[in-house]
Structures are given as C-alpha cells and as structure tokens.
Design a protein around this ligand. Structure first.
Ligand SMILES: [Zn+2]
Length: 455
C-alpha cells in the first residue's frame, strides 16, 4: 500500500469517474469520492475478526440478515484483499501457507512476516520487531487493546509483547521461552509485558495469567495483578465494575472478566458427522451478566481513551472478535456465528462514533481464514465427510455448514484447522483507500503508520 499510493489514488479517481457512467448511481459515486481522505487520522480503530474468512462472514450474514441482507462490516466504503501466509521457522525464505494468529498478527502489527507461534519477533533469529502500538505511543497517541479471548492470547499479544512463543502467557507458563523469564533478566511473560508496555486500556479474559507470581525484577514475589496495580493500573473483573469505573489522570485500566476466554454470546448443537445436527435455530443471550459484551468494552475504551485536548493525536485501539476462530476450531456453528454478530455490533458502534468523528480510521480485517464451508444440504447418496450442521436462517431457509479440515476433532489436541486463503480487508476514514487491491497482511502496518503520521 505504501509503495503504490499515487497509483492507488489515480485508480480510485478513475474508478469513481468510471462508476459515474456505469451501474453505480452518481449519488453513490459522490459518496465514495467524499470518502477518499488522505492525511492523518486522529483515531485508529483496528478490528480483527480472528479466523473470519469470507465463508465465516457469509455464514453469519445468511443466518442473521439473510442472503440478501448486509452486516455492518459490509458497509465500509473501501474493500480489498490481503494474503495471509507465514514464514517457515527453519527457513524463513520459504512460505508456510497456513498462518496462525501469532504470525498473522505479527504481520499486521509490525509490517514484518514471521513463523507460526511467534509474537512480534523474527523467524529463526528471534529479534524483537517494533509494533504499531509502540509507534502510536511514541507519536503521542493513547492506546487500547481489547479482546474476547484471554488478553494474553496471540492477537492482543502481538501489539505489546515480544517473545518466541505464544504459549508464554503468564510468568508460570514460560517453559518454551526460558531466556524471556524475568529471573533470567528477560522482559517476562506476555501478561507482564502488556502491563510493562503501559497500554492505557487492556480488556478481555485471562485473569488466571495475572494470578501467577512474578519471578524476577522489582515485582518479584507479587502476583501479576498486584504488579499491574503497582504500575498504575486499576483492575476490574465484572461488567458492573466496567459501567462504573472512573480513572484518575495517568491511571490505566486492566479489565479481566473471565479466568480464561470470555463466555459465548450464543449456543447450539455442535456439528457432527452425516447427517449432521439440526435443522436448528441458535439460542441467543447466553453470556452471563457479569461479563460485558465486546461492544460495551469498546464503548468504554473509547470514552476512556478520548482526550479533550486539541493536539492531533487521539487514540489507537485494537478490537478482536477472538472466538469466531475458537468456535470454528471446535465446529460449533451457533457459537461461531454469535461471536461474529457480537463483533459486527462493535463495528456498528464504531461506525456511529466515526459519523461524529470523521477523522477516525476504521479497518476491519481477519488474520486468516477458517474451516467453515457453506455446502448443499446433505443427501443419503452423497455428502461431505466432515462434521456438519444445518441452521434455519433469517430467510427461514436451511443452510448447511460443513467443517472438514481435520479428520480428528474436536479436543484440546485436535481441532479443525485454519486455512491459507486470502481474507477481506475493509476500511473508512483517512488513508482508508489504501486497502483497495490485493496486498499482503504486513501492509496493514504501513497503512496505519501513514495514518498516525509515522510514515
Ligand atoms: Zn485458531
């Protein structure tokens, strides 16, 4: 994106000019033209739908809005495509065609590709890579990082931690990262590094990681929650806390609403072998009242991060819909779609915010595709060989989803696999037109860096 900026601008202008004579109405073309903004963004909100490939988006849209309906994420004016592959750890000159969230996240967070499992560090050589959140802090932006997974999971981790393995989430989880331990003189686990990076707002699950004991440095012997408090964080654990919280100037917020990943929004029957589960309607409103919705975390994050001063820097905020991925891994279509719709609700709120704050860059993308396929309804003489479930959609029609990327599923050691497909990116606001075309995921870093005035 950064290298093709004049071309992209020309392309956009030509497209709009062509659209005026083509099937797009002149009103729509004028609307598009108004959306072409260069310059700097006061705020950047990056939405990462984990594992939200085109099939996962389409399944959620069909179920929730109907085949001809639209989700909030479908309404952003500029759409493009990003390639997602990782690099091989043993030979980083070679692609690893199927990425995980750690390598995918490292690409969008740092502009550099790496091998699977690494958190913002280089393949093989294990060097730390500067992240867009670190850059935003340097440029004077306030920063936030929120997720429905553990806050120490790969996607939120890549913004504020550097470590050779995504598994090193708490100070007692450091088996794969011995030299990173604080008692070895290292920066510590992901839980510690996120706090030590002084990110203004951190919210999600993962309380268990913060109940572990810091093993070196000035916080030695404290649990990580107490260490966070000593570093200026207010710690909260319930939706009630979130609605009431107020911060002192300079205070950070650490919201940990579940010991592990946050609870599901919806539930239903999992996919099973032929003839599959269903036809079923999903059960909604399953999330316990003690845990906030993703959009509620996001609304509060924006309120806490907004400043009233007149400087151009506002905030950088990452919002992850984490469990679209996790429930595709376990072939649970209702849970997966419920998480996609919850993610879309957060996007809807961001779009409403941006209507009053047009200097906000909003980007919606995924880090990789997943296993969900929309297939014909299974028949006795011919059907898929994986797990399937038929859902009754908003169209009052049957939609069969098929999960077939692993022969063994679903347990903690064997689950449905990611896929190596390209994924959608959509954007609006300053620099948003840069998503047009086909790019690599690492270019998202450069687009955001341009938007905050760092490139
Ligand atoms: Zn995954």
């Amino acid at each position: 994106m950064v290298r093709t900026k004049p071309l992209v601008l020309l392309f956009v202008w030509c497209s709009v000019a062509a659209a005026q004579q083509g099937p797009v109405s002149s009103g729509e073309a004028a609307k598009l033209q108004r959306q072409i903004q260069a310059g700097r963004a006061r705020n950047v909100i990056l939405f990462v739908g984990d594992g939200m490939g085109d099939s996962e988006i389409t399944a959620a849209r069909n179920y929730w809005a109907g085949a001809a309906g639209r989700l909030a994420m479908d309404s952003l004016p500029f759409t493009g495509t990003v390639t997602t592959y990782a690099l091989r750890e043993d030979d980083p000159s070679q692609p690893d065609y199927v990425t995980d969230s750690a390598a995918g996240g490292t690409a969008w967070a740092t502009g550099q590709k790496t091998s699977n499992g690494r958190i913002s560090s280089t393949a093989k050589t294990d060097k730390s890579l500067k992240t867009i959140l670190e850059l935003a802090q340097q440029m004077g932006y306030r920063t936030g990082n929120i997720t429905t997974a553990e806050i120490t999971d790969a996607t939120p981790a890549v913004l504020g931690a550097h470590v050779n393995s995504r598994r090193c989430q708490g100070p007692e989880d450091m088996k794969d990262c011995p030299k990173y331990k604080k008692n070895a003189g290292g920066p510590g686990s992901i839980a510690e590094q996120l706090v030590d990076h002084k990110i203004d707002v951190l919210m999600g699950g993962g309380r268990q990681r913060y109940e572990q004991i810091v093993d070196g440095g000035p916080g030695e012997g404290k649990n990580t929650l107490a260490w966070a408090e000593s570093q200026g964080y207010k710690v909260i654990t319930t939706a009630q806390d979130l609605s009431e919280v107020q911060l002192q100037p300079g205070q950070g917020l650490l919201g940990l609403f579940n010991a592990g990943n946050m609870s599901m929004e919806w539930s239903g029957d999992p996919a099973i072998p032929y003839p599959g589960s269903g036809p079923q309607k999903c059960k909604q409103f399953m999330r316990p009242a003690s845990e906030p919705a993703l959009f509620a975390m996001m609304r509060k994050a924006i309120r806490l991060l907004e400043t009233t001063d007149t400087k151009p820097q506002g905030f950088f905020l990452q919002v992850e819909g984490a469990q679209i991925d996790k429930r595709a891994h376990t072939a649970e279509p209702c849970e997966q779609i419920g998480e996609t719709i919850a993610f879309d609700n957060a996007i809807l709120f961001a779009l409403e915010y941006a209507a009053g704050h047009p200097d906000t860059l909003i980007i919606v993308t995924a880090d990789h595709g997943h296993s969900t396929q929309i297939v014909p309804e299974p028949k006795t003489d011919a059907h898929g060989t994986g797990l399937m479930s038929t859902l009754t959609t908003a169209d009052k029609a049957n939609m069969t989803l098929h999960y077939g990327t692993n022969s063994v599923c679903c347990s903690s050691s064997h689950s449905m696999e990611h896929t190596g497909t390209q994924v959608r990116i959509a954007a609006q606001g300053p620099q948003a037109f840069g998503v047009l075309g086909v790019h690599d995921m690492s270019e998202i870093f450069h687009l955001m860096a341009r938007a905050i005035g760092a490139e």
